[in-house]
Design a protein around this ligand. Sequence first.
Ligand code: NAD
Ligand code: DAU
Length: 352
Amino acid sequence: MKNVIVTGGAGFIGSNFIRYILNENKEIKVINVDKLTYAGNLENLKGLENNENYVFEKADICDKEKIEEIVKKYDIDTIINFAAESHVDRSIKDPTEFINTNIKGTQNLLAIAKNAWEIGEDTYKEGVRYIQVSTDEVYGSLEKDDPCFTEKTPLSPHSPYSASKASADMLVKAYYDTYKFPVCITRCSNNYGPYQFPEKFIPLIMNNCLKHKNIPVYGDGSNIRDWLFVEDHCEAIYKVTLNGRLGEVYNIGGHNERTNLQIVKKIIAYLHDNVDKEITEDLITFVKDRKGHDKRYGINPEKISKELGWSPKTKFEDGIVKTIEWYLNNQEWLDNVVSGEYENYYKKMYNQ
Ligand code: NAD
Ligand code: DAU
């Protein structure tokens, strides 16, 4: 790995990954390819502007000419595709952009990389690799006592978002099966940590608490997610990029299932005790459930643990405090991202 494209590097996980990989490996050059949608924010990469191993290229992964040009210009040997429309609620309102970016964008990257790296039939330049960053949501939903998702769990997505991610995964796998194109797919559970856009549950709770606004909890708050600290996810992706077996899927999870109500109560308790006595559970407001709301996600990460020696390092109790503290220390970042368009989004989404 020498010249790496990270798509979606101005988003939550992508920006954390760029910081992680530049710190971990001083021998590589990272080209951040991002369209800068509402979710992309160059402030997430503040401090890297003068790093000689980092370059930003504003581009849409669906743009054939521009992506071809970037792959050629930097002699790219690795592509890690984080770029996506990533919010389930937005996909329920309008799936269009999810189909464009998540499916057509992935196909565009695959076609361009195959063309650039192919040296003969089904043979490619030494060491080239395409990583698709996918999600546990492609497996659908678990009941309370079901065993966790393994890589063999059949795909059964429910939302337009997860259907688009599952479609992309199938295209990536098809490139391996048909052309022996060198790919790996990662499927991770819910991430939390610094730089997450406050449309997602944890930063939304933080933002609303700090502004003494009601916290919308869908349904009765009993839905379960398997929370993973973002830095642990970054480490897992790096390991898969280095040593993952080609054509394989790796599940990534934190062994850390919580109900939404547990999450909200935990954050409120910390803020109440340490920051502001006016932040209380009275802010919790039960609202209409998300359409097709998946009941439970839970990841079995045995494969990545056995094959690549990865396991999550951050205990939830520590990770959540780090996360809360980060938002407290970066309220200017939070205020900047919720100004303007976010207000309109929030009103439309929550009828407030
Ligand atoms: P995000 O919404 O925070 O960031 C997405 C980034 O992609 C943004 O910077 C955006 O500008 C960019 N982007 C969107 N469309 C683009 C396009 N057409 N061309 C180029 N750039 C484009 O998302 P995230 O939460 O950081 O998720 C990153 C990836 O990880 C996604 O593929 C998502 O499906 C996957 N994932 C996320 C989670 C999670 O909990 N957040 C868990 C598992 C997997
Ligand atoms: O599991 C991985 C997935 O996790 C990723 O693929 C997605 O990109 C990412 O957005 C996330 O999806 P979720 O839908 O699980 O995350 P979200 O933060 O939107 O919601 C988490 C839970 O909280 C979910 O059960 C819905 C609930 N929720 C969410 C919001 C925004 C609420 O109760 N109220 C809210 O206002």
